[in-house]
Ligand binder design. Structure first.
Ligand SMILES: Cc1ncc(COP(=O)(O)O)c(C=O)c1O
Length: 506
């Protein structure tokens, strides 16, 4: 049976306790926030939220005699408990999601890299490349811009049956690494949105070999440490740092994430970069929920995830019995680039019912269930510790009804993609490209221009162009094909686009 060893008294939740005590003491607040513990809120807002969230929504104030009522000290204690629980040297609570954690890892990596360079090299704006899969989350692109790091992109691997990106193959990673003259760090997504994780252990070896950093976007893996049937956490495999969206899977509030660091030099750089990136007025509700979520995981996490795993397995079996539907299972582990898989993600193909993912999503919503996302030919439902047999039963029933209503329909196929374009050259870093003069032109006329924005067909929502990338005929053809197939093309600003911003250097 899996049992992690803890150094600290994990029965405590000092941040939650201090916050509660402050509100119970009924101290009269002459401090922010302006609603003064709910005395001045709109009645409809109060009716919607109740009194308690406002009572607990204070800034800076906390009750803890042991720490002289100093909220910073109490936060440090809560973060130390989290580091102990998640197996990190140092943990930082984040109040702007994993997006802030990814930005912080990249900025700190840039500082770390700069520390190893000559004075002349340090003055160059784009010192050092970072190796990353093309299918990274858009927050990574923002981080590259902030940190002035140049990406070395590993080409996509696309699963045409499931219409999802897979982790890069070892060969693709090694080829991309070998083609870089100034590789400074590795970045990986582990697992991806669908719970599919690649060979992070190989990346660990590559990074260790060249004394490079390994940073991990573990947004979908905050639960991994708490059940042996889930993939091993990135830190346990040897990553230097990982950012986890605790809010995506644990019992904590939206936007609450954690940044775990195992590299001492990197950890020392984090307080400064986090101070640059995050608000000086964190929501204490978020911090209290992280504190409580950590304690819950240590105390009963394994039992809760056992239940979630059993429910997922029951749902998968039942969905696979429904004609026209198919739920991804552990056969995905047979793909050479896949090493681990999180079974609590239910990826369900719906094209057998003659439906696209978004059509199925809308119809399921009308039946009272809402999935996490809709892809070209699938929907994704997440099972977490918040689900019970009733909820999972309702999902399966809605899928059965959907299948019944669409029995005998022709398989849906129009928007299937058979490939994703290869990355173009990167004559400019993302930072230079977004800060350079720009102009908006027709996509059809953009060959050989340098993209000044990210372009993402949605679904699947992964970048086909990143800022600084030379636009190839292949990417234009691909984006035009997406448009013909009715796939929305999003620019950075999330709007549907016929045109593209390019760097104006002609
Ligand atoms: C793979 C991945 N990385 C990072 C993020 C950003 O996380 P957050 O929403 O916590 O900022 C997301 C969000 O969906 C994600 O899916």
């Amino acid at each position: 049976m899996f049992r992690a060893e803890y150094r600290l008294d994990q029965s405590k939740a000092p941040f939650l306790e201090g916050l509660r005590r402050y509100s119970l003491d009924r101290i009269i607040p002459f401090h922010t926030p302006g609603h003064k513990q709910g005395r001045s809120v709109d009645p409809e807002l109060e009716a919607a939220l109740g009194e308690l969230p406002f009572l607990l929504d204070v800034s800076d104030e906390i009750a803890s005699e042991a720490h002289n009522n100093d909220s910073v000290e109490v936060l440090r204690q809560a973060e130390a408990l989290a580091a102990d629980a998640f197996g990190a040297r140092t943990t930082f609570f984040l109040h702007n999601g994993t997006t802030a954690g990814i930005h912080a890892m990249l900025l700190a990596a840039r500082q770390w890299v700069s520390g190893k360079l000559s004075i002349e090299e340090r003055l160059m704006e784009d010192a050092g490349e970072i190796l990353l899969p093309r299918s990274v989350h858009r927050s990574v692109l923002g981080g590259l811009i902030l940190a002035a790091l140049a990406p070395r992109l590993i080409p996509h691997t696309w699963d045409p049956d499931w219409s999802i990106p897979l982790p890069p193959s070892s060969e693709a990673r090694q080829t991309a690494a070998a083609s870089s003259q100034s590789l400074a760090a590795y970045f990986d997504t582990y697992p991806n949105y669908y719970g599919i994780a690649g060979h992070l252990d190989e990346v660990v070896r590559l990074a260790a070999h060249g004394d490079k950093l390994l940073l991990v976007d573990e947004a979908h893996g905050a639960h991994f440490r708490f059940h042996p049937s889930l993939p091993p956490p990135a830190l346990s495999l040897g990553a230097d740092a990982s950012a986890q969206s605790a809010h995506k899977v644990l019992g904590v509030l939206t936007q609450a994430s954690m940044l775990h660091v195992n590299n001492e030099e990197l950890a020392a750089l984090m307080p400064q970069v986090l101070a640059i990136l995050q608000s000086t007025s964190p929501s204490f509700l978020l911090y209290a929920s992280l504190d409580a979520g950590r304690r819950q995981m240590v105390q009963v996490g394994e039992t809760l995830w056992q239940r979630a795993l059993e429910l997922s397995s029951m749902a998968r079996e039942r969905v696979n019995r429904i004609p026209g539907l198919q739920c991804l299972g552990e056969e995905i582990l047979n793909e050479p680039q896949v090493k681990f898989w999180d079974p609590t993600k239910l990826l369900i193909r719906v094209d057998g019912l003659g439906l696209s993912g978004s059509q199925a999503e809308r119809k399921l919503r009308a039946k009272g269930v809402q999935v996490e996302l809709a892809g070209l030919n699938h929907v994704l439902a997440l099972i977490t510790i918040g689900d019970g047999p009733e909820e999972v039963g309702a999902l399966v029933k809605a899928l059965e009804d959907l299948a019944e209503e669409h029995r005998g329909r022709r398989r849906f196929s129009p928007a299937r993609l058979s490939y994703l374009p290869r990355p173009g050259e990167m004559p400019m870093s993302p930072r230079r490209a977004v800060l350079a003069p720009r102009r908006e032109i027709e996509l059809a006329a953009a060959k050989d221009k340098i993209a000044a924005e990210a372009v993402l067909p949605y679904p699947p929502g992964i970048p086909v162009l990143v800022p600084g990338e030379k636009i190839t005929a292949e990417s234009i053809d691909f984006l035009q094909e997406c448009r013909r197939k009715g796939i929305e093309i999003r620019g950075w600003a999330n709007t549907s686009r016929e045109t593209i911003w390019v760097v104006d250097i002609d």
